[in-house]
Ligand binder design. Sequence first.
Ligand code: SF4
Length: 321
Amino acid sequence: MKQDAGENREKLLIGISSCLVGEKVRFDGGHKQNRYILDTLGGYFSFRPFCPEMAIGLGVPRETIRLVDRDGKVEAVGNKNPQRNFTSQLIDIAQQQAHWHRQVFGYIVKKDSPSCGMERVRLYRGDLPKRDGIGVYTRTLMENFPTLPVEEEGRLADPVLRESFVKRVFINKRWQDMVANGLDWAALTDFHARHKLILYSHDQDLGRKLGRELAAAHSQPVAEYAPVYLAQMVAILRIFAKRSNHVNVLEHIRGYLKQDLDKSDKQELTDSIENYRLGLLPLIVPITLLRHHFRRNPNAYIERSYYLQPHPDELMLLNSL
Ligand code: SF4
């Protein structure tokens, strides 16, 4: 269950806005280096930096760009010279990167950028900006690869969003490995079995529905159904995993220990789940206790489930949930 914490671990390739790794590519010749991404996530991810504005030939320093809504069409234009329109160049440069976009397991973009921002970028209608734009490069990336985990560096400061992004990156890696190793119904069924408790922690009804659909889909070619499954799984993983859903999953897992624990161990586990439910303890506490009990009382299904070990402990992502 435990993932490799050694220095020789395989790092997962992640696309990233160049300015976030410290490259001086911003309009003013500066950067926006993010130490959490480099120092902490960098222990598990390797980064493929890309600056779309530099790639279309804009140097540093350069005129800033803004998003404008022209009759319902969103365009990226010069801030001072709105007749300079960079929209099609930014779309084209994103299209030209598709060959390596398909090789990354996730992508971290710079917030607020009219090229790189993922959401809530200032979009001008007349002189009035509304925060409902998407950077042109990133919009193209997300349209081309709708199941790719994409996140902004600003949102990674939020413990829930951070955990969700990293978890989706690791799941994406496992999905790609499964496909590369030869997709068949047995592999897909096993993949679902190992991830279903994670899905239940996001939405139990939708997770169960997906399991039923998977079981009923065997009459069609697996290669046809797999993309449908992937899209639905990603949609479930994007739902906010509520504390109450985690409590349901923890209690479900506790049920597998019913015959194995004495009264005081049972009470300790129940208290730990209850204290998590009340917000008095983080999720890592009942999870650590459950891992401890399953080490002593192994269970093949729980051992193979990723719920108790969705990502490496060293990232400490469950400590803040
Ligand atoms: S936000 Fe994107 S376009 Fe702007 S400097 Fe960073 S990488 Fe380049």
